[in-house]
Design a protein around this ligand. Structure first.
Ligand code: RNT
Ligand code: ZN
Length: 410
């Protein structure tokens, strides 16, 4: 079937594929830099901590800024449409002497800003509150030790300044996400104390003056981490309450809930109360394993919730996973393409008609139509989108070629 024939099929559903492809031009996905080097960064040689893990030892991991930039270029060339680059503070590039995380400055990210500007990319940012000796007893902003808290408060404040610099330089809003790994392996005696301290640390951070038009701070929740199974300070209730009360944007990572809970169902609840919502799109297999995002039911359902409620400009979509067992370029390309695919799929769905069936309680027809829609020629529209964006329909050859020429020689 050709694009023209597929277009006609969609017209019968009152869907104009030309309008859909026009809308796709605005769909931006923030691509996490940390897939390229298993969340290592350049500011220390510390092992990955904080209860997250990148498993596998596939050859070709980036170990210098030059590697990572080159790998990102290769991946970006195979991902259609708009992208942003999402950096962590541990990716600072020190040209004249190392400073600790509480002292980092915009100049340590100048190379990234140059990189982004040359390619017309926006930048997002994250303070890095893990893989560092100042994480004491698995605690950072909620530590009972005032010196530890102060170090991390200063770090997050420094990151807000760097985020402002990103926004000013790129001309695009910078989304800065705070995630802390703080928690306990076993049953805590005091659950309130750490949460009150986390709250106070956040209050101290947000007492600073920053441009809220340019920097959108988000707060990410988590249910458990490896070695932190019994309690996490920044739980869903904590982060959501803090965000709503303080005008901060909540961030949901779809690996951060109990396995039968789904973020797709939470989206609309958050959209009722928040002007903006942020997402980390990932794929948890049995736990928060951060597998590569697939074109699977939940990814489709999440994007459906954004598109059906006309909320594409209210949701910041970012990817967050790290698979070290496969070609890392392929991990980026596959995951981010699948996020875009799911958005396109949602844009090709007649939501108004489906909603009407629901409101009239015609549930038999609703199920029939939802199942029929799965047989629509979606692949033709996706391929047309790739062609118009000038990216390979099948990225395999380009990925394997880069592996042979570059990655295996590292
Ligand atoms: C961890 C969180 C967090 C990190 C990144 C590296 O479980 O998902 O977002 O993955 O900050
Ligand atoms: Zn996340």
């Amino acid at each position: 079937m050709s694009y023209v024939e597929a277009k006609q099929r969609y017209e019968k559903l009152n869907i104009n594929t030309e309008e859909v492809l026009e809308k796709m031009k605005q769909v931006n996905v923030s691509v996490h830099c940390w897939q390229g080097d298993d969340v290592q960064g350049f500011d220390s040689k510390e092992a990955l901590s904080g209860g997250i893990q990148a498993t596998g030892n596939y050859p070709g991991k980036a170990s210098t800024p030059e590697h990572l930039m080159m790998d990102l270029d290769t991946a970006f060339n195979l991902i259609p449409g708009k992208k942003k680059l999402n950096l962590h503070s541990c990716y600072a590039i020190f040209e004249e002497g190392h400073v600790d995380r509480d002292k980092i400055e915009p100049k340590h990210f100048k190379k990234w800003v140059d990189y982004a500007k040359e390619r017309g990319l926006g930048l997002d940012f994250n303070p890095t509150l893990f893989s560092h000796p100042m994480v004491k007893d698995n605690l950072t902003l909620s530590s009972p030790d005032a010196e530890i808290r102060k170090f991390w408060i200063d770090h997050v404040k420094a990151c807000i300044r760097i985020s402002e610099y990103f926004a000013e330089e790129t001309g695009e809003v910078c989304v800065m996400n705070i995630w802390i790994p703080d928690g306990y392996k076993d049953i805590p005696a005091d659950r309130l104390g750490p949460r009150m301290r986390f709250k106070e640390s956040l209050d101290e951070i947000f007492a600073m003056d920053y441009d809220r038009e340019k920097v959108v701070v988000t707060l990410e929740s988590k249910v458990f981490g490896i070695g932190l199974e019994s309690y996490t300070v920044g739980s869903a209730e904590f982060t959501l309450s803090y965000s709503t009360k303080n005008g901060i944007t909540p961030l949901m990572d779809n690996g951060h809930y109990h396995p039968t809970e789904v973020v797709s169902d939470k989206m609309s609840a958050l959209l009722c109360f928040n002007e903006k919502v942020a997402l980390h799109v990932t794929r948890g297999v049995r736990w928060d394993s951060d597998h590569v995002v697939l074109f699977d039911d939940e990814t489709k359902e999440i994007m459906k919730e954004i598109v059906a409620h006309d909320a594409l400009d209210r949701v910041f979509i970012a990817t967050d996973y790290f698979d070290a067992s496969i070609n890392r370029i392929s991990a980026w390309v596959t995951g981010v393409r699948n996020v875009k695919k799911a958005v396109l799929y949602a844009l090709l769905t007649p939501h108004a008609q489906l909603r009407k069936l629901q409101d009239e309680n015609r549930t038999t027809e609703l199920m029939l139509m939802q199942e029929q829609l799965k047989m629509m020629p979606f692949g033709e529209i996706w391929e047309e989108y790739c062609r118009r964006e000038n990216v390979e329909l099948d990225p395999t050859a380009a990925i394997l070629d880069y592996e042979k020429k570059v990655l295996v020689n590292r």
